[in-house]
Design a protein around this ligand. Structure first.
Ligand code: C5P
Length: 422
């Protein structure tokens, strides 16, 4: 009978010399409170035997998709559902390639495809195999799908070379696994409303004022919030991105429409995150027909659009946590602090735009500011840093919840709200 307080970790072991460390990883996971089921590929068994894993995990290691007796005890789909986390350590170059391309040609790759549990891989291979563009492309693809890539570390390798490609040590992997298990449950059932992408403000039926936002950061935040267990509603301007799995989405074009959609969805939202790059101004009098080119200069009068974030923060139905973004080209921290205070936010996420970061880029680096605190998130893929951002958001959310002592934020007095903000 399994203990419901223990975490259920499926440990995949693939063929690499680092597999000799995996039995130790099993022990470290068990020590921290996990039940571990091992699934090995055929090549993994050239390095370590299933018996070794059976001895340390007290469960027969699974090795074969076609093992009738094992399937009768717990079928592979059942096993995929059983897992609260899948960790593949070591993950060989070949396994990463198969995972990236959705192959289900053995038990472990099938389990990875058939599970909704968070999936983490700990690559281990020769440094040149790791550096190979094919491996790097596979890793980028896996990261973009929300798979966590732990390591590799740099150092001496079994092949006698030195460089990146070593598997992280079992102790570190066990810590990472538990931090993932914690973050994947951090916002279970919490309702999160997110805006993302640019808005378009019409000049005439064919022209608009907009900006360079791709929506990638906001979509990564939506994906990370979903991965943390939240119910996510995403209000998106025009972008060329797929809706993250499990996320509900409303498409809008203008700031006015985005504002209306947010107002519609605000009741019941417990966290609001404004990641959209709203066009700040719109033409005061958009033309109903295409404006003819005359060859001479023209003036256009612009008026400000509603500030969605500020209006949510001032709303009677204010969610418990209101988070804004500040994309800045200079004096980032100072400008971000001004926005944090000016719009009465619980957190602001500042990022530098221009160069290779920010708008339309795949990477970002963030500075989180809140009343009385700050945290830097170092440069990384937008999805990876979105996970870190959501972990910080979840922490602040639960802190606010404790401070609010059961009273919804929108029912607190101004004094209580200021006190809660520190
Ligand atoms: O004041 P500024 O536009 O720089 O603030 C940026 C933050 O405010 C972002 O979180 C953005 O999504 C939000 N915002 C908004 N509505 C606007 C302008 C900005 O929600 N009209």
């Amino acid at each position: 009978m399994s203990d419901p307080t223990r975490k259920r970790v499926l440990l995949g072991v693939t063929g690499g010399i680092a597999a000799y460390k995996s039995p130790d990883l099993v022990r470290r996971l068990i020590e921290r409170g996990a039940d571990v089921q091992v699934a090995m590929t055929a090549s993994a068994q050239k390095f370590v035997t299933p018996m070794t894993f059976q001895a340390v995990s007290s469960r027969p290691a699974r090795t074969d998709l076609w093992d009738a007796a094992a399937e009768a005890a717990m079928g592979h789909i059942e096993l995929a559902r059983w897992a609260e986390l899948i960790l593949v350590a070591p993950a060989s170059a070949s396994f990463l390639a198969r995972l990236a391309h959705g192959r289900a040609d053995d038990l472990l790759s099938t389990l990875c495809l058939a599970s909704e549990a968070p999936l983490a891989v700990a690559p281990a291979m020769n440094r040149l195999m790791w550096a190979n563009p094919a491996t790097q492309a596979n890793v980028t693809l896996l990261r973009s799908r929300g798979i966590r890539v732990l390591g590799p570390a740099t150092g001496d390798q079994a092949c006698g070379e030195t460089g990146p490609g070593r598997m992280l040590e079992p102790l570190q992997l066990a810590e990472e696994a538990f931090s993932l298990l914690r973050s994947s449950a951090a916002l279970i059932g919490v309702r999160v409303l997110i805006t993302a992408g640019p808005t378009r403000e019409h000049i005439d039926p064919v022209r608009f004022i907009g900006n360079r936002s791709s929506g990638k950061m906001g979509f990564a935040v939506a994906r990370a919030a979903r991965a943390a267990g939240a119910q996510v509603m995403l209000v998106s301007g025009p972008v060329a991105l797929d809706t993250p799995p499990g996320v509900r989405r409303i498409n809008v074009e203008t700031a006015e429409q985005m504002h209306a959609a947010v107002r519609e969805e605000l009741s019941g939202a417990q966290i609001f995150i404004a990641a959209a790059a709203v066009a700040d101004y719109r033409p005061s009098a958009p033309a109903s027909q295409k404006i003819k080119k005359t060859g001479v200069a023209m003036d256009m009068r612009l008026e400000p659009v509603p500030d969605i974030l500020a209006s949510v923060s001032a709303d009677q139905r204010r969610p418990r946590l209101v988070v804004g973004f500040a994309a800045e080209t200079e004096r980032m921290e100072e400008h971000a602090r001004q926005k944090l205070e000016g719009k009465h936010l619980d957190m602001i996420v500042a990022n530098k735009v221009g160069g290779q970061l920010g708008f339309d880029a795949d990477d970002n680096a963030l500075l989180l500011l809140w009343p009385g605190g700050s945290r830097r998130i170092e440069r990384g893929a937008k999805l990876a840093i979105a996970h870190e951002l959501m972990a910080a958001v979840a922490e602040r959310f639960h802190e606010q919840e404790r401070e609010g002592a059961g009273r919804p934020a929108n029912k607190r007095t101004g004094k209580e709200r200021r006190k809660a903000r520190g």
